[in-house]
Design a protein around this ligand. Structure first.
Ligand code: G3P
Ligand code: CA
Length: 380
């Protein structure tokens, strides 16, 4: 029936009325067709959401001043970060649990290059260069001004979130939380101290205003015990359980790991991985919902593969299952228009992206200022 209505090219208003009658729902057709939109609104989370993964990390070294400032200035809804803790108890933003990949730790502390981040004090960490690796890895995006960038504390990321006319929210992951007992409580204390667990001032009209909403902070984790602790510490703050398959996560159809498989291409290997059953997937979502999650962060298999391409956990039936349970869906980590389009068509509610500039274009709200211009303006 809907096809016939569409083929007859009825006006949007007539179609909306017909759909509402057919589906027996009150409210807008958008809400009926886009269940995540209403769920996001309930949690005070923008829909669809642009989550700047480690900042605008395609264009600048991840989780540093230029990556977060660029994301803010572009108009991303959220600054995403991975939280860990130094030896002297300071919360910092860093993805890996060692310093090898994104700093010159091997030059500064040759005997400690493989040591966990948790064995370094803040003062030691602040001696490291967290920008030059990016210039080597991405010569096409390199900038001399990135050399010497510092790893940031959570306080410094919050300063950036608060420091412009756009007021993005914070999308905070407890990274390897088992290495940091009590990190959930530490995070609560810091957010409380900085005034992020209660209502914040509104942005000027025409600017990103997420920090003013109830979804100003979203807490995320892959780890079930951490979700429980986050829920205990901050019951009123929205939480997202990141999805993965395997031991301790969603049971997988095969227990072969990428390492065991002997496969050469990681993305191709993951693309073949399946969850064990629909029932197991449903049970995982039920657990998440029962333990305070308002959403999930599933991995996605990307068209062109690459390092960010994992299991396809955004199959339409999975998304329906999540929405039916009242859970929104923010897949990680998606950077290309071809994937924005294909995965959006399966019904998701935003993306983690390294390329906030491109996702904003895809959602029809491009930044007025180019990446290049912003980077120059902010001193890079
Ligand atoms: O937090 C969402 C996404 O960031 C999960 O992957 O490894 O980049 O933290 P990862
Ligand atoms: Ca993360």
């Amino acid at each position: 029936m809907l096809n016939r209505l569409c083929r007859n090219a009825l006006s949007k208003t007539v179609l909306a009325t017909a759909l509402t009658a057919v589906m027996g729902v009150s409210g807008s057709v958008m809400a009926a067709n886009e269940p995540g939109k209403a769920l996001a609104a309930k949690a005070g989370i923008p829909w669809p959401a642009v989550i700047a993964h480690r900042g605008a990390s395609f264009n600048a070294p991840e989780e540093t001043v230029p990556s977060y400032t660029l994301a803010r200035e572009l108009g991303a809804d959220y600054l995403e970060m991975d939280i860990q803790r130094t030896k002297d108890g300071v919360l910092i933003a860093l993805h890996d649990d060692t310093l090898e990949r994104t700093t010159n730790v091997a030059e500064v502390y040759p005997d400690r290059a493989k040591d966990p981040l948790s064995s370094f004090t803040l003062e030691e960490i602040k001696r490291l260069d967290a920008g030059s690796w990016f210039n080597k890895a991405h010569p096409d995006r390199a900038r001399a001004s990135y050399a010497g960038l510092k790893i940031l504390t959570l306080d410094e990321v919050i300063d950036i979130a608060e420091g412009g006319k756009n007021k993005p929210g914070l999308y905070i992951e407890t990274k390897v939380p088992a290495q940091f007992p009590g990190v959930e409580e530490d995070l609560k204390k810091k957010l409380e101290q900085r005034g992020w667990l209660s209502q914040r001032p509104a942005a000027e009209k025409g600017h990103v205003n997420v920090a003013h909403s109830a979804g100003r902070v979203v807490l995320q984790t892959f780890e079930k015990p951490s979700l429980e602790l986050l829920q205990k510490a901050m019951p009123d703050t929205p939480k997202v359980l990141l999805l993965w398959t395997g031991d301790g996560y969603i049971p997988a159809a095969s227990d072969k790991t990428f390492k065991d498989s002997g496969a050469k291409d990681k993305a191709a290997f993951y693309a073949t991985q399946q969850v064990k059953s629909k029932e197991e997937f449903a049970a995982y979502l039920d657990w998440a919902k029962a333990h305070g999650a308002i959403g999930t962060g599933p991995s996605a298999a990307l068209k062109n593969g690459g390092d960010q391409s994992y299991m396809d956990l955004v199959q339409p039936w999975m998304n329906t299952m999540a929405h039916d349970r009242g859970l929104i869906i923010h897949p990680y980590t998606v950077d290309d228009a071809v994937d924005f389009k294909a995965i959006s068509a399966r019904g998701v509610d935003g993306f983690f992206t390294n390329r906030a500039s491109e996702l904003l274009k895809f959602y029809g709200r491009p930044s007025k200022e180019s990446v290049e211009s912003i980077l120059k303006r902010i001193g890079y």
